[in-house]
Design a protein around this ligand. Structure first.
Ligand code: SF4
Ligand code: SF4
Length: 684
């Protein structure tokens, strides 16, 4: 054997090495090909636009590890551990070019990249290996000793972590033996390898023994790397390969917009009742899931002990996809992985049904569409669209939904509001306030979009009045649609009634266009999200602001002065559709901070980690008969920081808090108000 420093190794068995590599590649490629063919069973979805932007997002999220580091907190350092393993392993992935190369090219060494590289890279590798080992010990302790609820202790995770740890151990062994076989000066920088070398010398190992041990370590290292590569596509660690792709293909549209059903009039079926009716991207989500459980952490459905867990939903769908996918492929006639006809393939499958067996209806209806799962998911999985697709099937194809929703749909159809109060009385709340009605005078700068709750619900009508007083005080030239305003359709869409939503959206867009409306200020975050992010799907492009953004603007321009003190400790609850879906976290807080006397206290779960009040996704109109009550759970978050008042900016949130306050009988110590009411109180 010719060993020259930290550089070469002549492996006589390079033929054997070639066979082993080819065998590993065959296993790897076959599995990847199989997964790809199953993925192609999914429906089309064009995710190839804006390639440059996609590359940028992917590089940023993966290389900077934003996908996991954004989540790092004093309570959960898992993201940091992941980043340590990622960066460490990245160094090793590069070094493996040399490790394998040395089996074929005697003399191949780090020196081909220059003397400095050959000096310092072994040092970097040693540091990287130590970093990876520390992170793995930490990961094992978390999984098997600390055991946070979101982590499941699987044998697979232990095997994968064990392999990575062993790779690092064999790196040090190889390094130690190699230094002793031919102590090249550059190798001394590899301080851990040098320590191992010293240990082997002290043990009195002969040079020939160390050469043999070096060869053995090299082979074990090579086999471990190849074994790891083969294991990846067979395990949940598929995310190691697929995460960059899943992030690359993530939706670039607004976070708060659901995918529309196109050509509703011509479509024969709606929604999803078979796993292969999801799009290929939705199926890619399933493959990519790392089962990390982050999506569960702030899922109100899961936290309130309802049957839905976004992590298990994705996992169950994946297991079902692989099982059904292989069945469908078996019944195929062509060679491209597609059944000759989908019906034929479907008939050949007698396994579980997607809705019912794999995902129960209770799970489907438990979701409040708060988006927390998607916000937390490090691999950019999109959970909500899948749930809505299944709701669409239940509602539009089977007419199956919680019975109380039937009346809501009817009310929206007949009177354009969920309560079914006569549509003609929609503007009555503003009768004595001297508000311009667009049909009488459309010469306005701002259309104030009141929303159903602001128009019909007694408590929320007070907030509409506060906003009118604020706008008047600031000299805003605004108007309302009055009887011409309709439900924006948010709840209908999220319950799955896309047909009703599109009908309501089309009517409203036409009205808004007729009045040539340019700028809209909404009271409700749900209306805000729908008008801003979803109406453009149907040609309704308007500038839409939530009132908190608009008031912040008025304050900044000096049109509104908040000078009367409110000496209270106030906590603010982030509405999902304003915060998480539209990243408006600062405007409401800025307003509160600009009121003299207000002491703002944050709940532990705030901003992107805030949890829903329980009314999103159409849950406002459904009974909550499973698990704990979400609004009471959220109220407890507020009680934990002991405020005098909990402030909201959403009619649903306010209603849910007021209900919870009554239910928990804490009316004496805790009040709830909309920020508009506080602004009105503090106005000069
Ligand atoms: S949207 Fe919210 S409620 Fe629904 S699964 Fe995700 S986190 Fe849970
Ligand atoms: S869906 Fe995302 S957040 Fe949830 S377990 Fe899978 S990878 Fe983790």
């Amino acid at each position: 054997m010719n060993v020259a420093g930290y550089t070469i190794l002549s492996i006589p068995n390079f033929v054997l090495l070639a066979i082993v590599i080819i065998a590993a590649l065959v296993f790897f490629v076959n599995r990847v090909k199989y997964l790809y063919i199953i993925l192609r069973l999914g429906k089309e979805d064009n995710r190839f636009k804006e390639i440059g932007k996609r590359i940028k997002i992917t590089l940023k999220r993966i290389l900077l590890q934003i996908c996991v580091l954004k989540d790092v907190s004093a309570r959960d350092l898992a993201g940091l551990g992941h980043a340590m393993i990622f960066y460490g392993f990245l160094c090793f992935a590069f070094s493996y070019i040399f490790m394998f190369g040395r089996g074929f090219i005697p003399g191949l060494s780090f020196h081909v990249l220059g003397a400095s590289f050959a000096s310092y890279f072994p040092l970097i590798l040693d540091i990287a290996a130590l970093m990876v080992m520390i992170a793995i010990v930490w990961a094992l302790l978390r999984r098997y000793v600390v055991r946070p609820p979101r982590l499941e202790t699987t044998r697979e995770a232990a095997i994968i972590l064990g392999i990575i740890f062993s790779l690092m151990v064999f790196h040090f062994l190889m390094e130690g033996f190699e230094i002793n076989i031919d102590s090249h000066e550059t190798a001394t920088l590899a301080f851990v390898g040098a320590a191992f070398a010293g240990f082997f010398s002290n043990m009195g190992f002969e040079k020939t023994t160390q050469e043999a041990l070096f060869i053995a370590s090299w082979w074990i290292h090579v086999l471990l790397v190849l074994g790891f590569m083969v294991l990846i596509p067979y395990s949940k660690h598929l995310h190691l390969i697929l995460a960059p792709f899943n992030i690359f293909f993530k939706s670039l549209g607004p976070k708060g917009a659901l995918m529309p059903i196109l050509n509703m009039e011509e479509a024969e079926t709606f929604g999803v009742s078979n796993v292969e009716e999801f799009t290929w991207k939705q199926l890619l989500d399933l493959y990519t899931c790392a089962e990390c459980g982050r999506c569960e952490i702030n899922c109100p459905a899961h936290l309130s002990e309802k049957p839905l867990s976004p992590r298990h939903l994705i996992h169950d769908l994946k297991v079902h996809l692989l099982e059904k996918g292989s069945n469908l492929l078996r019944s195929k006639n062509g060679g491209d992985g597609k059944a000759e006809t989908e019906e034929a393939a479907e008939e050949g499958y007698e396994g579980k049904s997607l809705i019912g067996d794999v995902v129960s209806e209770d799970k489907i209806w438990s979701c409040v569409t708060c988006g927390s799962c998607m916000e937390q998911c490090p691999v950019s999985n999109e959970h909500v669209d899948k749930i809505i697709d299944m709701r669409r099937y239940l509602v539009l194809m089977e007419s199956k939904f919680p019975s109380e929703v039937q009346t809501v749909f009817k009310n929206m159809e007949n009177n354009s509001n969920p309560w079914g109060i006569g549509w003609a009385t929609r503007g009555d709340w503003a009768k004595d306030l001297g508000v311009k009605i667009m049909s009488e005078d459309s010469n306005v700068d701002i259309l104030y979009w009141v929303g159903c709750a602001g128009s019909f619900d007694e408590r929320n009508k007070k907030i509409s009045t506060s906003l009118v007083n604020i706008f008047n005080k600031a000299g805003v030239n605004f108007g309302i649609l009055g009887a011409e305003e309709k439900c924006c359709g948010d709840s209908a869409r999220r319950i799955g009634n896309e047909y009703l939503f599109q009908m309501l959206a089309a009517e409203t867009i036409e009205i808004l266009k007729n009045y040539n409306v340019k700028r809209i200020v909404t009271q409700c975050p749900h209306c805000f999200n729908t008008l801003k992010n979803e109406y453009p799907q149907f040609g309704g492009e308007f500038e839409v602001l939530h009132y908190t953004e608009f008031i912040t603007e008025l304050i900044a321009e000096g049109k509104l002065k908040l000078t009367k003190p409110i000496n209270k400790t106030i906590s603010y609850h982030d509405s999902c559709y304003l915060g998480r879906y539209n990243t408006i976290y600062d405007a409401p807080r800025k307003i509160l901070k600009s009121i003299p006397g207000v002491k703002l206290v944050e709940m532990l779960r705030n901003k992107a980690k805030s949890i829903c009040c329980g009314a999103g996704g159409g849950r406002m109109w459904m009974e909550e008969h499973l698990g704990k009550r979400i609004n009471e759970m959220r109220l407890q978050d507020a009680l934990d920081v002991n405020p005098d008042l909990i402030s909201t900016v959403c009619p649903y949130c306010l209603t849910m808090f007021e209900d919870a306050i009554k239910e928990k009988d804490v009316q004496e110590s805790l009040k709830s108000k909309d920020i508009a009411e506080l602004v009105e109180e503090a106005m000069e």
